[in-house]
Each structure stands twice: as C-alpha cells, then as structure tokens.
Design a protein around this ligand. Structure first.
Ligand SMILES: Cc1cc2nc3c(=O)[nH]c(=O)nc-3n(C[C@H](O)[C@H](O)[C@H](O)COP(=O)(O)OP(=O)(O)OC[C@H]3O[C@@H](n4cnc5c(N)ncnc54)[C@H](O)[C@@H]3O)c2cc1C
Length: 374
C-alpha cells in the first residue's frame, strides 16, 4: 500500500452526509484530528437530495394510525428536534449561509374527523413543549389565502423551518476542512478492524488507523457488519418551475402523505415520503404514477399547482426504520453509529454536536438520553 495514502487520526468518520460533515466540523474545531472517508462524490448521499424541511412535529400518519404508545415515544424526541432546529439556526454564524428560513408549518384538515385528529395531536405536542396553535378555517385562509375553499382548519407549528440542503452540506464540509478535517472522497470503507486500542479503517485505496470511529453512513449503517435498527428506502420528490408567491409555510395534509413548500426562488417542492422504484441492481428511480398522485394531493390543497410544470423529479434512498427512533449506539467500544431515520437532515447538525460530546467522553447511553430514546 502507498504509505502516502495511509495515515492516523483521532477519529475516522465514515460518510460525508450532514451527520458526518457536522461531526467533522465540531470535532476538528474542538482540536481532534479527523479523517472523513466518503464512498462517493461530495453530495452523493441522502442529504443533498432531501427537501430541506426542518421538522419539529410528530409525523401525522403514524400518529393517526399507530397505538398511543408510539406517539408518546415520538413526543419524547421533541426536545431533541427543537435543539436540532436551534443548531440549524446557529449554523449560519458558524459555517456560513445555509439558506435557513423559519417559515412555520400548517397541518391542514379537510374534514371534521381530520380536524379532531389534528387537535388531539396538537395536545400531545403541546404537552411535550412544542408551540402549536390551532386555527379555525377563517384564520387559516387569512394566513394561507391560496388554499382551496372548504378546509376545516389547521394546526400551526411556528418553529418549523427549512434550509438549502446541498448548500448547507457544502458549507459544513468546507468549514470542517478549514478547521483541519481531511476529506477523502471516492473511498468506500470496506472494513473496520479492531487493532489494540484503535481501529484500522480500510478502503480499497488506503487505510486509516484511528482511535475512534463514527459510522455516519445513513441508509448503509448496517453494511459494515453491525446489526443496527436502520435501513435504506427509496423515496422521491418533485419541484415545479418558479412561480408567483403561493404559499409561505410548509404545508402538510391530514388526508395523506404530503409536504409542500415554496422555495425562495418561487419553485414549489412536493413530497411526503412517497416510495420510488428500486431496480434489481439496487438503483432507484422516480415512480411516475406515485409522482402524479403526490402532485394531485398538492393540487387538491393549492389548486394553482395543477397548472405548474414539473421542472425536476428525483429519487434517492433515505435512512429509515419502523420505530422512527434515532440510533446512537456503540456496537463495539470506540465505534459510534449515528443516524436519525426519515428526519435525518433536521437532526444532522445536532447529531454532529453529540458526536463531539461522545469523543470528549460522553457515553452512547448519555447521547440516547439527550436524544430522548432512553
Ligand atoms: C427525497 C428525500 C427527501 C428528504 N427530505 C427530508 C427533509 O425535508 N427533512 C429531513 O429532515 N430529512 C429529509 N430526508 C432525510 C434526510 O435526507 C436523511 O435522513 C439525512 O440526509 C441523512 O443524513 P446522513 O448524513 O445520516 O446520511 P447521508 O446524507 O445519506 O450520508 C451518508 C454518506 O455515507 C456514505 N457511505 C455509505 N457507505 C459508505 C462506506 N462504506 N464508506 C464510505 N462512505 C459511505 C454515502 O455515500 C453517503 O454520502 C429526505 C430524504 C430523501 C431521500
């Protein structure tokens, strides 16, 4: 092996998504020697393909469909997600522009039955410390006049926000690099082998000997041989051409899976976790039929969307699990696996701070306490 391509580090971070880059930034800033190993090119993971929404609330569909115990478990994560959005708010001062905007979110009900569930959800969220306002139909139309007539009301969560995920990832990586972290792209880690009190982290091109390792590989969290509750699921998004101002908030529907917002440039982003296609070779692509259904749902709430041209649609794997519980586990002493399912963009900068706490001596159990999973 070429010795120039090997090296030693306090920490090797596997994966240069928002979790890995934020961890690299905080660790390098704290004085740790950090090497980041990324299988692909900058921005190839889930992060840069995400919608950029920064969520605080309990997701509607599982709240409606699952036993109460699930909602109570998720509600325990709300303080963590609040701190995560705060981490985004402070990110611009640390790493430069990330496109952060506090836009607030409307969960819109079309029927009295839906409004009942929206009300019940708001009660659970308020009890967990989230600022949620219930709006009657008149107030809803004052705040979002381009919604279709006939809606019953909504819950408004003032603190929800968004960002430009590709820009943010780039800023975190650049700031980590400026603080001293070394990034190696095109280096897929094939194995992490214990070696005395350290690890040998191997790719096809090089090896890094590191005292500690952070697995921040998102949807591939289990690929390095540890049995962790996280998988990869193909989902899709679409974006219209820019248009005049239609909606100022992030909009969710209490009828079906929908997230809807208008970017600062006027384009409308339509998503909600709709499944994309996966081919036999593992590649993922947009499911046109699901895309149409997703767009119809958006147009049902904001009729003008029906006449907008779809400028771009894309699919990518997201890290997810059935419980919605983030993973902060140390399957082997000295190796931390860190991943927040479905909402990992929101969580990323805060997980990076927690990775730094861990490197300074906090246990994985302590991290779980902070996140709310323990
Ligand atoms: C279409 C879509 C929309 C989304 N919208 C939102 C949203 O609005 N809000 C939100 O909060 N979340 C959203 N998400 C989820 C969010 O994008 C992810 O949860 C989050 O980006 C995960 O960040 P990460 O850093 O953990 O993983 P990633 O960004 O996926 O980064 C992991 C990196 O690890 C690398 N890697 C994997 N294996 C190896 C290996 N063996 N060696 C080296 N490198 C490796 C990968 O190449 C990848 O770059 C969305 C996801 C998708 C797909």
């Amino acid at each position: 092996m070429d010795p120039l391509e090997s090296g030693t580090a306090d920490l090797a971070i596997i994966g240069a998504g928002i979790t890995g880059c934020s961890a690299a930034f905080h660790l390098a800033r704290a004085g740790f020697g950090v090497v980041v190993l990324e299988a692909g090119a900058p921005g190839c993971g889930s992060t840069a393909h995400s919608a950029g929404n920064l969520h605080l609330q309990i997701p509607f569909a599982p709240f409606r469909d699952r036993p109460r115990a699930w909602s109570e478990r998720f509600a325990a994560l709300i303080p963590f997600y609040r701190s995560a959005v705060e981490a985004w708010r402070s990110a611009e001062a640390l790493v430069g522009p990330v496109g952060f905007r506090t836009i607030g979110a409307l969960l819109v009900a079309s029927t009295p039955q839906e409004m009942q569930v929206v009300r019940r959800k708001a009660g659970v969220e308020r009890a967990a410390g989230l600022d949620v306002e219930l709006l009657d139909a008149d107030t809803l139309y004052e705040r979002a006049p381009r919604l279709r007539p006939g809606l019953r009301g909504a819950a408004f969560t003032a603190g929800e926000a968004d960002c430009d995920p590709a820009l943010a990832l780039d800023r975190f990586a650049a700031a980590a690099g400026a603080a001293g972290a070394e990034f190696r792209y095109g280096e897929a880690v094939a194995s992490v082998l214990p070696d005395g009190k350290a690890f040998r982290v191997r790719t096809a091109k090089s090896e890094v000997r590191a005292r500690r390792v952070i697995n921040a590989t998102g949807a591939s969290l289990c690929a390095l041989g540890h049995d962790l509750p996280m998988g990869g699921f193909p989902i899709q998004l679409q974006e219209t051409a820019p248009t005049r101002p239609l909606i100022g908030q992030l909009i969710y529907s209490a009828s079906d899976r929908l997230t809807l917002k208008q970017r600062a440039d006027g384009s409308v982003v339509i998503g909600g976790g709709w499944a994309a296609k996966r081919a036999a070779d593992g590649s993922v692509s947009v499911d046109a039929e699901a895309g149409r259904a997703n767009r119809d749902l958006a147009a049902d709430l904001v009729p003008e969307i029906a006449s907008l041209e779809v400028a771009r649609a894309w699919a990518h794997e997201v890290n997810g699990n059935d419980s919605w519980m983030p993973v902060a586990e140390e399957p082997v002493a000295g190796l931390l696996a860190l991943s927040a399912p479905w909402l990992g963009l929101t969580a990323g900068p805060r997980l990076g701070e927690l990775a730094c706490d861990w490197a300074r001596g906090a246990s994985a159990d302590r991290l779980q306490e902070v996140i709310g999973t323990r």
